[in-house]
Ligand binder design. Structure first.
Ligand SMILES: Cc1ncc(C[n+]2csc(CCOP(=O)(O)OP(=O)(O)O)c2C)c(N)n1
Ligand SMILES: [Mg+2]
Length: 365
């Protein structure tokens, strides 16, 4: 896909296909026999839907960044380089499952059914947006999307409760939430996982290790600690390459099976890297804090471009996909983003929130 200099990380602007990395991508997806069965059994339409989801997630974020640059928004929380962790996990779920995305997983909203226009209205805080202009933490419970909670870790007990409800009602559904590497240190994360174990709730927690929490890099050896985390709770941890959408998909599909069959939570530990900042305001700081070679390493493994190149080449049970097919997907999503942008900007002009209604729908002591 086309890179946008100044908006995309420089590593994506300079990106070129590397046969060795494509070989590595296919080998990772097939390394585990059970995952290989899932990946090889994915039909071409499902493989292309994964690509479409990655492109939509990337272009959604680029649109928000454009708005920051042009002064429409003051700040945006984006996830360049981490899209496969969201898209791969969402696509492994079934209808009726619920998701609890955090800011880095906003792609879960569109991949689970929200329109981009609604999401952009949410970002612009319009009265006709999902939070009616109150907050940018939005979801849509009718579509099984729990709005993010600002306090990190708090979605783990919430989703544990939802998973418990599914088990008590005898419904074969799971709740899935994401927790960053930093979030795994919170009391809420621990309480949520311990409750899910004790109450036998079919919960999936995707631990999204992007190696940093705000401005604090994951300590040396931290990835090893995360990989061991499940052992402490007596539950499985399925490690996944967070830049490989097929691997995240297959690991999550296995986690879903286990969570339902054994009525217990399962971790998927996805290793990836934050190519941007915590938000748009500290991208430069990130480049100072984190070693430059990490940006080079993960930049070469852009989850969107690498997957596109892998699809073109064919492998892991898939036929080679023509450039025209992939270009058409990108053009369709670009048009979707452009239409959604127009609709949301129009709402910004015509549907400003009424300050008099600020207290409506707010619950508190
Ligand atoms: C309980 C709580 N403490 C602190 C914060 C401020 N804060 C917001 S995001 C963040 C870092 C989270 O890091 P991580 O879990 O690794 O997720 P990432 O941002 O890397 O995706 C912090 C400290 C918060 N929102 N909630
Ligand atoms: Mg992190």
């Amino acid at each position: 896909m086309k890179a946008v200099p100044g908006l995309d990380p420089p590593e994506y602007v300079d990106w070129s296909e590397d046969p060795e990395l494509l070989r590595e991508f296919g080998a990772t997806a097939l390394e585990d026999a059970r995952r290989a069965l899932i990946v090889e059994g994915l039909g071409d339409p499902a493989r292309l839907r994964l690509y479409e989801g990655l492109v939509r997630n990337r272009l959604h974020d680029l649109q928000l960044k454009r708005w920051v640059r042009s002064g429409v928004l003051s700040k945006a929380w984006l996830g360049p380089g981490e899209e496969a962790v969201t898209v791969g996990a969402c696509h492994a779920l079934e209808a009726g499952d619920v998701v609890g995305p955090m800011i880095r997983n906003i792609g879960a909203c569109h991949e689970r059914g929200m329109s981009l226009a609604s999401m952009f209205r949410g970002a612009l805080g319009t009265e006709d947006g999902p939070a009616r202009g109150r907050d940018l933490h939005f979801g849509d419970l009718e579509q099984g999307i729990v709005a993010p909670i600002s306090m990190v870790g708090s979605l783990v007990p919430v989703c544990a409760g939802m998973a418990l409800a599914f088990r008590l009602r005898g419904e074969p559904k799971v709740a899935l939430t994401w927790a960053g590497d930093g979030t795994t240190g919170t009391a809420a994360f621990h309480e949520g996982v311990v409750s899910a174990v004790a109450l036998r709730a079919p919960l999936i927690v995707v631990i999204q290790n992007n190696r940093i929490a705000l401005g604090t890099p994951l300590a040396e050896g931290g990835a090893g600690r995360l990989a061991q985390l499940g052992g402490g709770y007596g539950i499985s941890s399925l490690r996944a390459d967070g830049n490989n959408v097929l691997d995240v998909f297959a690991a999550t599909a296995l986690a879903r099976k286990e969570a339902l069959a054994a009525s217990r939570p399962v971790f998927v530990i996805a290793d990836t890297f934050r190519m941007g900042g915590h938000a748009t305001h500290d991208e430069g700081e990130s480049r100072k804090i984190l070693p430059a070679d990490l940006f080079v390493h993960y930049g070469r493994r852009d989850p969107v471009r690498t997957y596109r190149a892998f699809l073109r080449q064919g492998g892991a049970g898939g036929e080679p996909v023509a450039d025209a097919v992939l270009d058409e997907i990108e053009a369709r999503v670009e048009a979707e983003v452009a239409n959604a942008e127009r609709e949301a900007l129009s709402s910004q002009r015509t549907a400003r929130p009424d300050p008099g209604g600020a207290g409506e729908g707010v619950f508190g002591p």
